[in-house]
Design a protein around this ligand. Structure first.
Ligand code: MN
Length: 465
């Protein structure tokens, strides 16, 4: 349901939120986790790679990590704002207090555990504080220097402690094209139009945007090799995806019906499911992806709530006339009418040579989540039909988002047809797959006439040898 927060005419007293292409206008208000940057500057790339990941994250989070909301180029420190009474007169005060208590944490899991209602109430409270003539704006402006942290002075951390991670395969264009490369005679397997296909990923390798990605070692076997060899992957790829975080939970043995699934989707992030194609193609049969997929998966730092995305819901993508209708547990009038999400995504690539000559990255493909064959509600209903329990902060990714045309292919495997048709960049460089030093940046946004455009921010990472 649309409410006062979605009004396209709202502007904020924080000027940067009103820029035409701003990702974080007052209509967005995504949640994230940040810490103030150490005065000595960020750790070097080498220090970050060599630090034991678990220990450094835990230490930093327990000491300094805080839950915040993005507005323009600023972050609202929610605990400080609440302590200063900024939300005291908000409607639905009990829900707002519940949300604020959950935000006194170093992850968004406690907030996600409450379901969508407390976060929605806090969103309304924030809108009333941050919009230019909001009823609580004077109170927030009085303490602006205490509740706002410039993004330039903050480090954005992994926003969620992801317990379980499932990656789906919801783009039929991707499934058909990749299928044609791996199995020319049999591209789309017979289960595809019946079952939302997925695999269980590895949450320990989920990293926040900006984290360097080390080229993985593996057993590689190219299509023309007679035997596998061991070494760094020779066909490292990105996958352009959208991810959603689970809100609330379901008891083991109790499915989430499709009609209730939307209440269990908290919000979305951009996902880059880095993939080692030579490892993947050798290992994937018969049990599916394994080491070709679990060395790194990057996510964008700001979780854009499903409440912010209400104006951008669209009907579930139409199926071709001779496709089977979804089975009853995967079908629902609400999902048919508004189960889709109209988000545009874009991938840019910046090579080491481009960086050293001061060139910006170039956009190499784009995609739209509106074309996905399965909705996130269908994925959740399917995933829990056997009673599989979901926990707050579990991550579902869409699978590579590809469209029908070459410039809408969400990974290099598809774009270059497994290296057969290399990508030619404007500076003359070519790519079959990613080289060391390549930086991949994904961005995404939603727009619709009559509403304010909102962005998901960016999900970037550079390959190191
Ligand atoms: Mn994937």
């Amino acid at each position: 349901m649309l409410d006062e927060t979605h009004d396209g005419t709202l502007t904020s007293w924080i000027g940067s939120a009103n820029a035409p292409e701003a990702d974080f206008p007052v209509q967005n208000l995504p949640f994230g986790v940040f810490r103030r940057r150490a005065p000595s500057g960020a750790a070097s790339l080498v220090q970050r790679l060599e630090a034991p990941r678990y220990d450094s994250d835990a230490a930093s989070r327990m000491g300094e990590a805080r839950v915040g909301v993005a507005i323009g180029d600023q972050i609202v420190d929610l605990s400080v704002a609440a302590a200063l009474g900024v939300f005291d007169d908000a409607p639905d005060g009990d829900l707002v207090r519940e949300a604020v208590v959950a935000c006194e944490a170093w992850t968004l899991n406690p907030l996600m555990a409450l379901g969508r209602a407390p976060a929605r109430a806090l969103r309304v409270a924030l809108s009333r504080c941050l919009r230019i003539d909001g009823p609580d704006a004077p109170r927030a402006r009085d303490v602006a220097d205490r509740i706002l942290v410039p993004m330039a002075q903050a480090e954005l951390l992994l926003p969620v402690d992801v317990g379980d991670y499932t990656d789906f395969y919801a783009s039929i264009h991707h499934a058909t094209l990749v299928g044609s490369l791996f199995r020319p005679d049999n591209p789309l397997l017979p289960n595809y139009k019946w079952v939302p296909i997925g695999y269980h990923g590895r949450s320990s390798s989920i990293v926040v945007s900006g984290t360097p990605v080390r080229r993985p070692m593996g057993q590689r076997k190219g299509p023309d090799d007679s035997a596998p060899s061991v070494g760094p992957s020779r066909s490292l790829d990105y996958e352009l995806e959208l991810g959603v975080f689970v809100a609330g939970e379901n008891a083991m043995g109790t499915p989430i019906p499709i009609g209730e699934a939307d209440a269990h989707v908290f919000g979305v992030v951009i996902v880059n499911d880095w993939s080692a194609r030579d490892v993947q193609s050798w290992e994937y049969q018969p049990l599916g992806p394994f080491l070709g997929k679990n060395f790194a998966t990057s996510i964008s730092p700001w979780v854009v709530t499903m409440d912010a995305l209400i104006p951008f819901r669209v009907p579930r993508a139409a199926r071709a006339g001779d496709d089977p209708a979804p089975l009853a547990y995967l079908d629902d009038a609400q999902d048919r009418a508004a189960g889709g999400l109209d988000i545009t995504l874009e991938v840019s690539l910046r090579t080491a040579a481009m960086r050293s000559s001061g060139e910006e990255g170039v956009v190499i493909s784009h995609g739209s989540s509106a074309e996905l064959y399965w909705t996130f509600a269908q994925m959740l209903a399917h995933h829990t039909m056997n009673g599989c329990p979901m926990r707050p902060g579990d991550l579902f990714a869409s699978g590579t988002i590809s469209g029908a045309t070459r410039d809408a292919r969400g990974c290099l495997l598809e774009m270059t047809r497994r290296g057969a048709e290399p990508l030619v960049l404007p500076n003359g460089e070519t790519r079959k797959f990613l080289e060391d030093g390549d930086e991949v940046v994904m961005t995404a946004w939603a727009e619709r006439p009559g509403f304010q455009r909102i962005g998901l921010g960016r999900c970037g990472g550079a390959i190191v040898a």
